[in-house]
Design a protein around this ligand. Structure first.
Ligand SMILES: Cc1ncc(COP(=O)(O)O)c(C=O)c1O
Length: 490
C-alpha cells in the first residue's frame, strides 16, 4: 500500500487512509499477528533482551516523512513484537500482571476505534462503565455507592485515599488546605504496596505520618499494635484518618484481618480502605470468602482487572460505599462542562470526571464488559480457583524437594521460595543469580522479594494460560540451575 501522498491543496489533506482497501489488508495482517502472539506463546521464550539491532533501531530519529504501513508493520514484527515484557506467556508469574485475555484485546481495539471520552456525558461509553461498575460491586458483594475504573491499582489507591482524607479530616481540606487542621495520620502494615506511600505523600500528609504496623508470622497486620499506635497518636494531638488493609499483600499474598479492622475503624471513626489489587477478586471463589470477610464493610475498595481478571493493561477499579465521597473529594465546577438542556451534555450521566482527577478518560470498560459477557462470572470463578490450586500444587512440589525452601505460607496465589544450594550467608546472592538465569534463559518469569531479609523467588499466579505442567518445568529448572547458577555466563 502506498504511503500517504503529500498534499497538493491544503484542503485535500487528511491523515485517514487514501486507500481503505489497502489499509484493510494491512489491518488484517496486524490482526493475524496479534492473534498469533496470543495463540502460540509457548513457542517463544517468556522473555528475551532486545537484540543490538533492535536497540539501535529503537534509538532512531523522528521520521520526517511517512512510510507505507506495510513497512511500519515489518518494523513492528522485527524489532518490537519479539521482545515483549512476557506476560502473555503461560510461565510469566512476575510482579502481578494480567495475561491478556483475547476477548479483552478485541475490546481494546473496538474501544480505540470508537474513541469516546468517558469523562462524562450521555453516550454508550458512560452507560457501559456504569454497568461494569454495578457488575463489579455485585461480583464482590460490595454495597457500592459510587466508583470508577482507573488506570490501575495505584490510581485506585490514590483516589481512595483522597476520598478518605477529605471525608475524615474534620475540616475543609479542599478549601483550606492541610495547615488548617491537626496533622493527619494513616495506618498500614509493613507489607502494604508502595502505591499507598505515594498516595499519602501526594496528598501532603507525608510518609512520616504513614504508620507501618508490625505483622505476625502469617504477614497479617497485628491488631493490638495498631490499636496502641492509634491511642499514642491521639494522645499526641494527631488526627488518625484511615487504615489500609491488604486483601492480598504484594509480597506474600497475605490477607489482613479485614473484619476486625472494620470493627476497629467503626469504633475509632476511621476510614477503612482495602487494597485488594489482586486478592479482592478471590471473593469470586466461595471457599476464599472466610479469609476476605469484612471486605464489603470497607469505605473504599481498590482492585485491578489487569491482574486477576486477566485483562490487558490498563484497568483497575475503585468502589466506595458513600455515594457522595468521591464527588466530595474530586468534583469541580466549570462552565465549559456544565449540563445543557439537550444533546450529549443534557444530563451528566456518569460524570466520571467528578469521581477522580482525569477529565479525558478512555473506554476501558468495553473490554471488561465484553470479557464478562463472554466468560460470565462463573468463568472467572473457575479460572481463579484453578490459579489458587496451581499455587497449592507448586507449594507441594517445593515441599517435596529438599533443596527448595518455602519462605512464607502460601496465601491465595503467591508462592515465595528459595534454593538452598549455597552456604547460608550466600543464599541471597545464590538465589538472585538463579532467578536472573531463569529469566534470561526464557524458561519462566517469577519475580523476587525479600521475606524477612531472605531473597525469595516469588510466583504470583494471575495467568489464565498456565497449566500444572508449567510449575513442574519451573521446579525442575530451579533444581538444575541451582546447581550452578552462573554456568551459562562463564
Ligand atoms: C497489592 C498491590 N497494590 C497495588 C498495586 C499497584 O497496582 P498497579 O500496578 O495496577 O498500579 C499492586 C501491583 O502489583 C499490588 O500488588
Amino acid at each position: 500500500m502506498p504511503h500517504e501522498p503529500q498534499p497538493t491543496e491544503p484542503a485535500d489533506f487528511s491523515l485517514d487512509p487514501s486507500d481503505w482497501e489497502g489499509f484493510r489488508s494491512q489491518a488484517m495482517r496486524a490482526m493475524e499477528t496479534a492473534l498469533d502472539h496470543m495463540q502460540a506463546p509457548r513457542e517463544r521464550p517468556v522473555w528475551q533482551p532486545l537484540g543490538a539491532a533492535s536497540q539501535e533501531h529503537l534509538a532512531g530519529p523522528l521520521p520526517e516523512q511517512g512510510a507505507p504501513l506495510e513497512r511500519v508493520l515489518d518494523e513492528v514484527e522485527s524489532h518490537i513484537l519479539p521482545f515483549p515484557y512476557g506476560n502473555s506467556h503461560p510461565r510469566f508469574w512476575g510482579w502481578v500482571n494480567g495475561s491478556a485475555l483475547p476477548v479483552g484485546v478485541l475490546g481494546d481495539l473496538l474501544a480505540s476505534a470508537m474513541n469516546p471520552n468517558v469523562g462524562a456525558f450521555h453516550h454508550s461509553g458512560t452507560f457501559v462503565e456504569e454497568q461494569v461498575l454495578r457488575w463489579m460491586a455485585s461480583m464482590l458483594d460490595f454495597p457500592m455507592g459510587d466508583g470508577l475504573l482507573t488506570s490501575g491499582g495505584s490510581m485506585a489507591n490514590l483516589l481512595g485515599m483522597g476520598a478518605a482524607v477529605v471525608a475524615r479530616a474534620g475540616f475543609d481540606l479542599r478549601r483550606d488546605g492541610l495547615r488548617s487542621g491537626p496533622q493527619l495520620v494513616v495506618y498500614q502494615s509493613t507489607q502494604t504496596h508502595n502505591s499507598i506511600q505515594k498516595a499519602v505523600e501526594l496528598l501532603g500528609i507525608g510518609s512520616a505520618n504513614l504508620r507501618q504496623i508490625a505483622v505476625d508470622d502469617h504477614y497479617q497486620l497485628n491488631l493490638s499494635a495498631l490499636r496502641q499506635q492509634i491511642q499514642l497518636d491521639r494522645a499526641s494531638g494527631l488526627q488518625p484518618v484511615a487504615v489500609v488493609a491488604n486483601a492480598g499483600s504484594v509480597g506474600t499474598g497475605s490477607l489482613d484481618p479485614i473484619d476486625a479492622l472494620a470493627d476497629l475503624c467503626d469504633e475509632e471513626q476511621l476510614w477503612l480502605h482495602v487494597d485488594g489489587a489482586f486478592g479482592a477478586l478471590a471473593w469470586l471463589v466461595p471457599e476464599c470468602r472466610p479469609a476476605l470477610q469484612g471486605m464489603a464493610r470497607a469505605d473504599s475498595l481498590a482492585f485491578d482487572l489487569h491482574k486477576w481478571l486477566y485483562l490487558s493493561s490498563d484497568v483497575g477499579c475503585l468502589l466506595v460505599r458513600d455515594p457522595e465521597s468521591l464527588r466530595a473529594a474530586f468534583a469541580a465546577d466549570a462552565s465549559y462542562l456544565a449540563s445543557l438542556c439537550g444533546g450529549p451534555a443534557a444530563e451528566m450521566h456518569g460524570a466520571f470526571k467528578d469521581r477522580g482527577i482525569e477529565l479525558t478518560r478512555r473506554f476501558r470498560a468495553l473490554k471488561v464488559w465484553m470479557a464478562l459477557k463472554h466468560h460470565g462470572r462463573a468463568g472467572f470463578e473457575a479460572m481463579i480457583r484453578e490459579n489458587i490450586a496451581q499455587a497449592a500444587y507448586l507449594t507441594k512440589l517445593i515441599e517435596g524437594e529438599a533443596r527448595l525452601e518455602l519462605l512464607a505460607p502460601t496465601a491465595l496465589n503467591v508462592v515465595c521460595f528459595r534454593h538452598l544450594g549455597a552456604p547460608r550467608e550466600q543464599l541471597n546472592a545464590h538465589n538472585e543469580a538463579l532467578l536472573v538465569e531463569l529469566q534470561e534463559s526464557g524458561i519462566a518469569m517469577p519475580s523476587h522479594t525479600l521475606v524477612d531479609g531472605k531473597f525469595a523467588l516469588r510466583v504470583a499466579i494471575t495467568n489464565h494460560r498456565s497449566r500444572r505442567e508449567d510449575f513442574e518445568i519451573l521446579v525442575q529448572a530451579c533444581l538444575r540451575i541451582g546447581q550452578d547458577p552462573g554456568a551459562r555466563r562463564r
